[in-house]
Design a protein around this ligand. Structure first.
Ligand code: GLN
Length: 487
């Protein structure tokens, strides 16, 4: 899709301003229902589009994403633009700098349409914990788009952006991608700089592309990846062009499957997965059974380490350094204050009490508990040890296979409100995606068609996980399915 639009631009079949305007028209038409966007940056977008058009009319060459409209998740900083992470605590926060990924896509000439909705601070699986209201699934407005990058997924799915950026800590790119019928990649930990991504759980977080096709994901990855001096965990990628590896040829490649994963599925998802496996066999891949014996501990491991990192990372939102401060209407105990100014401690407490949502508070409390003296060894340290075991499972599996195929989610999109009262049900959404974050490996969700679910036709996706820093083979296998799936 990106390549097609790029060709239209250089052949002067459309201008970037026209293209950008078309997308804003689509947003005005559809986003009232979907609510994918929190902020639109129309003026800046049209200005950038105009610059690209001038370049084209001067006969200058343009890059592959130059002049093409995209959307950015609202936990990624764009200089001088409101960046809320969907939290009331950052309601008034204007980012003073560009995230490295934003700097890179700006250099590449992308047109940024706006910022997209997410679960508050990227905690959730449905975009319902946003302080600014839920995003709806474009296929069925009564259902969630998935989360936490639900706004980014819905924007691409409903043609309100050509591509978008999301972030993924436990599945937040892949799960919404599968619910909305788009491609979503969580790169290897370190493949993409996290500088300017609001830190949630720093040892899991990665930024990645959400697109209509695997080729588009490869194109975006080539632009945003690489070593960044501002992020010590980022790794060099030597200017790799991931799109060059999409040969369509996967004969002899070994694809691992986990029997228990498939057996745990409902009938509809299982049938879909079997079709995907058949397709890969036809394409000449070898399907091998593998074991991930410690994967069953992935969810509890994540839900100890992740809140621990959250409790530390979110300590900075205290009403002093960033964003909102509790105002005088918001007092824990009005009578106690008796007209006196708050103490510093009261400012901290009230600011956090009134401006953070329930899920965020729950994680901060869980994490604080897991890290507290006396419990640290029993919870946090033990979870870190299990994390190593899970990583070792993957090391072993990847001696045998090139990629691992799993479902992305246990079911298609669920209804709005269905899981909000039961955090554990919500956490179970991450069951297939979370291991990739724990091990740090790359993983992509690829659409595999529509399935009949609760009387509706809804998109389904499958997940491929790859070896560390082997996005080229991972995307090659994903792409081979995509280009052959209509046969
Ligand atoms: N659902 C997971 C959580 O709530 C993952 C979120 C994410 O990937 N940002 O933590």
């Amino acid at each position: 899709m990106i390549r097609e639009l790029h060709n239209k631009l250089i052949n002067k079949e459309i201008t970037s301003v026209e293209l950008t305007q078309q997308y804003f028209d689509a947003i005005s038409k559809k986003d009232g229902d979907v609510h994918a966007y929190l902020t639109l940056t129309k003026e800046e977008a049209l200005e950038q589009a105009k610059k690209v058009d001038e370049k084209i009319s001067r006969g200058e060459e343009i890059g592959i994403i130059e002049g093409i409209p995209c959307a950015i998740k609202d936990n990624i900083c764009i200089k001088n633009i409101r960046t809320t992470a969907s939290s009331k605590i950052l309601d008034n926060y204007i980012a003073p700098y560009d995230a490295t990924v934003v700097e890179k896509i700006r250099e590449a000439g992308a047109v940024i349409l706006g910022k997209t909705n997410l679960d508050e601070f990227a905690m959730g699986s449905s975009t319902e914990t946003s302080a600014y209201g839920a995003t709806k699934n474009p296929y069925d407005n009564e259902r969630v788009p998935g989360g936490t990058s639900g706004g980014s997924a819905a924007a691409v799915s409903a043609d309100m952006a050509v591509w978008s950026l999301g972030s993924d800590t436990g599945g937040s790119i892949r799960q919404p991608a599968s619910f909305c019928g788009v491609v979503g990649l969580k790169p290897t930990y370190g493949r993409v700089s996290r500088y300017g991504l609001m830190a949630m759980a720093s040892s899991f977080d990665q930024i990645g592309p959400m697109t209509k096709t695997v080729e588009d994901t490869a194109i975006i990855l080539s632009i945003i990846s690489g070593k960044d001096n501002m992020d010590a965990t980022s790794a060099p990628d030597f200017g790799k062009k991931y799109e060059d590896y999409l040969t369509g040829e996967i004969k002899g490649m070994k694809i691992g499957i986990v029997k228990e994963y498939l057996e745990s599925l409902n009938k509809e998802m299982k049938t879909e997965m079997e079709k995907v496996i058949e397709r890969y066999k036809k394409l000449g891949a070898e399907i091998c059974e593998i074991e991930l014996p410690n994967a069953k501990y992935a969810l509890p491991t994540y839900y100890i380490i992740q809140p621990s990192e959250v409790s530390s990372n979110l300590a900075r939102f205290d009403g002093i350094k960033y964003g909102m401060r509790a105002d005088d209407k918001e007092k824990t105990n009005t009578a106690d204050l008796g007209g006196l100014p708050r103490t510093l401690l009261e400012t901290y407490l009230d600011t956090r009490k009134y401006n953070l949502g329930a899920e965020v508070k729950r994680r901060i409390m869980l994490g604080t508990y897991a890290l507290s003296s006396g419990y640290y060894d029993a919870y946090y340290l033990r979870a870190q040890k299990v994390r190593t075991l899970i990583r070792k499972d993957f090391e072993k599996a990847f001696q045998k296979v090139d990629v691992i195929l799993t479902p992305t989610t246990p079911t298609p999109a669920f209804k709005i409100g269905e899981k909000t009262q039961d955090p554990l049900q919500m956490y179970l959404e991450d069951i297939f995606t979370i291991t990739a974050n724990i091990a740090g490996i790359p993983a992509v969700s690829v659409p595999c068609g529509m399935i009949e679910w609760e009387g509706k036709q809804l998109p389904a996706g499958f997940q491929l996980m790859g070896k560390w820093f082997d996005e080229e083979n991972l995307l090659c296998v994903a792409h081979a399915f995509e280009v052959n799936c209509t046969e």
